[in-house]
Ligand binder design. Structure first.
Ligand code: PLP
Length: 386
């Protein structure tokens, strides 16, 4: 029987047992509404405050700058809408072609409402140019710069401190999506000049459906959902168990102090080296010197990533591709397309590791991958001959 090998941690992660244990009583015994005045609820409110404190500590923010949301997509949209609502005379936004769809789709919507959006281009390694960013700024008209800290498909890390400095010098709000960076890169909203920031629970071993929005105290904020909760910045009764789960997941990151990343990077590098050694015609995409420790995006000449994914699935191995699947078709990755990669003959798989992966899994994976690529190449040669 196959045992499961999960190498798609940038898509989502398994909930940590400790996280689950921490949140379960808040679904059962401790079900009080944190807004109620009696002491039964006070304990719940305190626990939410503890979660807020942990997050603030991790990103060097103040506790009252942390707002719980339903997901990072909500946080991203909320930050963008806030920037335009509080700068009604400014009609221009700068972002990149590499952002998550929650940002890209919001920008597309704003274009239909008359906003001008600059999507910074990237080179073949997926890097942006700070010169291009500087040039794109429209004095008195740019409301927001929205750039992610790390990319979910290729793992590139962007120069956030420099971008924050440029935003500050030009008096422009800076929003940063740190969903893939959290726990992997040290984040300091103060010295990075970040005004708003988004993160997500399910990428750090908490459940799906919980997000965080950081909003700097000095900026005006208009909520997306009105209500008295979250300091009047996000209405709706708090998702108590998931907020507590998020707080615990962050506590685990704080205690680990980035140590586990070393093990993860060792495994990722081992995969890359073995692939290079054993599979001819393989390429790793992205900025190899400036990458998340857990991610590799690798292509094999003449083979499509989707085909590899389907074969690996039969062995209980799960990897990602950059393609988005909807009911009608498979859409090529907007990230790889922006990098100018020709996806017609071969397309990559994304391998994203996490804290539960082991060296044995890596060895087994490379062996099966080697066979898979060979088989798929032979199959396509045969069909070419026909
Ligand atoms: N931003 C990035 C970079 C992501 O990778 C994701 C999730 O894939 C999101 C935002 C959205 O997170 P959520 O699923 O919590 O809405």
């Amino acid at each position: 029987m196959n045992t499961e090998i999960y190498f798609d941690n940038n898509a989502t992660t398994k909930c940590d047992d400790e996280v689950l244990k921490e949140m379960l009583p808040y679904l059962k015994e401790n079900y009080g509404n944190p807004s109620s005045l009696y002491s039964f609820s006070k304990q719940v409110k305190d626990k939410i405050q503890k979660a807020r404190k942990n997050i603030a500590q991790l990103i060097n923010a103040n506790e009252n700058e942390i707002i719980f949301t339903s997901c990072a997509s909500e946080s991203n949209v909320s930050a963008i809408m806030n920037a335009i609502n509080n700068n009604p005379t400014k009609k221009h936004i700068i972002t990149t072609k590499m952002e998550h769809t929650s940002i890209i789709e919001t920008m597309k919507y704003l274009e239909t409402k008359g906003y001008e959006i600059t999507y910074l281009s990237v080179d073949e390694k997926g890097r942006i140019s700070l010169k291009e960013l500087q040039k794109a700024i429209q004095k008195e008209n740019t409301a927001l710069i929205a750039i992610m800290m790390a990319n979910n498909e290729i793992g590139n890390i962007y120069p956030i401190k420099e971008i924050g400095k440029i935003a500050r010098q030009n008096n422009i709000l800076f929003h940063c999506d740190v969903v893939q960076a959290i726990g992997k890169i040290k984040i300091n909203v103060k010295n990075m000049n970040i005004d708003t920031l988004s993160l997500s629970g399910h990428k750090i071993h908490a459940p799906k459906g919980i997000g965080v929005l950081f909003v700097k105290n000095e900026i005006n904020f208009t909520p997306l959902i009105f209500g008295h909760q979250e300091n009047e910045k996000r209405g709706g009764t708090e998702n108590v168990p998931y907020i507590i789960a998020m707080g615990k997941a962050i506590e685990i990151i704080l205690e680990d102090n980035y140590k586990t990343n070393k093990k993860i990077q060792y495994l990722r590098d081992k995969i890359e080296n073995k692939i290079k050694e054993r599979i001819e015609g393989s390429y790793v995409y992205g900025d190899l010197e400036n990458r998340l420790p857990n991610t590799t995006n690798v292509a094999f000449e003449g083979v499509k990533g989707e085909e590899i994914l389907l074969v690996l699935e039969n062995y209980g191995i799960y990897v990602g591709t950059g393609s988005a699947c909807n009911a009608k078709n498979i859409e090529p990755s907007h990230v790889l397309t922006a990098m100018g990669i020709d996806l017609s003959q071969s397309s990559p798989i994304r391998i994203s590791l996490g804290k539960y992966n082991t060296e044995e899994e890596v060895d087994k994976f490379v062996e099966i991958l080697e066979r898979t690529v060979k088989c798929l190449r032979m199959r396509s040669k045969k069909s070419e001959k026909k």
